[in-house]
Design a protein around this ligand. Structure first.
Ligand SMILES: [Zn+2]
Length: 268
């Protein structure tokens, strides 16, 4: 393997980790904002229930005062009936009294219905109270967790960025290092990643079969082999290809072979 490529493989693991951390650092405040919206929504739903309860209470107060008015009126009519002297008058007043009683019955039925709605609303309010409390507790807990996670991610990112910078400096020091880095950056910029492992004669990025000659070159680890002299790319997708014997020995699955990346990390 080209010596720059071995380091680029490690650089890519740092780059991927740095991207993961940056994405997470960007996503966490959005998660928190979603929870804040949910919590505010429960407060809004509770306010709607409270408003309905207030309306129902006002309706009931109006019904009660109307019932009281009509009962007073009925009592007056009743007195007039008692004092009445002719049948025509009595008949008219009794008709009036019957109408008043019917109205009182109707209003009392309506008040009963309003009380039933009020009870249902009280139950809804209890649920809304619980939802508000639950959402607020979740928000508090998640806010603490997210702040802790953000602090941890930022610290981890600073460490990874320091590793990346050190490794890039180290790569740049070789004769071919600057070129290798700019090739790496160009491919990584356009494809997301720059380096792909050749595994079972395939490019692990695009899964295309490699031509036998290229596959043999990649696996040839001697000092004057093409893969030791140049950075080899996948002819299909353009990723820089490397071959790691530790990951490509299916016939000896029980033998522990340290991966090239791990060896380099250890040697840094
Ligand atoms: Zn490919």
């Amino acid at each position: 393997m080209h010596p720059d490529l071995a380091r680029l493989v490690v650089l890519q693991t740092h780059d991927i980790e740095a991207k993961r951390l940056r994405d997470q650092i960007a996503a966490l405040p959005r998660q928190l904002a979603t929870l804040e919206l949910k919590s505010a929504a429960t407060v809004g739903q509770r306010a709607v229930v409270l408003d309905l309860i207030a309306k129902e209470d006002a309706l009931r107060r109006r019904q009660e005062s109307e019932i009281a008015d009509r009962k007073q009126k009925l009592a007056r009519t009743q007195k007039k009936i008692d004092a009445a002297t002719n049948t025509v008058q009595v008949t008219a007043l009794e008709h009036e009294a019957a109408f008043a009683r019917a109205e009182i019955n109707r209003l009392e039925d309506a008040e009963l219905e309003s009380m039933e709605r009020g009870e249902a609303l009280d139950a809804q309010l209890a649920l809304a109270d619980q939802a508000v409390a639950d959402a607020a507790a979740t928000l508090e807990r998640e806010r603490a967790r997210i702040h802790e996670l953000l602090a941890r991610d930022r610290a981890a990112l600073a460490e990874v960025d320091a590793l990346r910078a050190a490794l890039r400096t180290q790569i740049a020091q070789s004769d071919t290092g600057e070129d290798s880095l700019s090739t790496y950056d160009r491919i990584s910029h356009s494809k997301g990643t720059a380096v792909a492992q050749a595994l079972n004669q395939r490019c692990s990025a695009c899964q295309m079969m490699l031509r036998p000659q290229r596959w043999n070159d990649l696996r040839d680890n001697s000092a004057d082999s093409p893969s030791s002299q140049t950075l080899m790319t996948c002819e299909n997708c353009g990723h820089l290809l490397y071959y790691d014997p530790a990951r490509d020995s299916p016939q000896r699955p029980t033998v522990q072979v340290e991966s090239i990346a791990a060896q380099i990390v250890r040697s840094l």
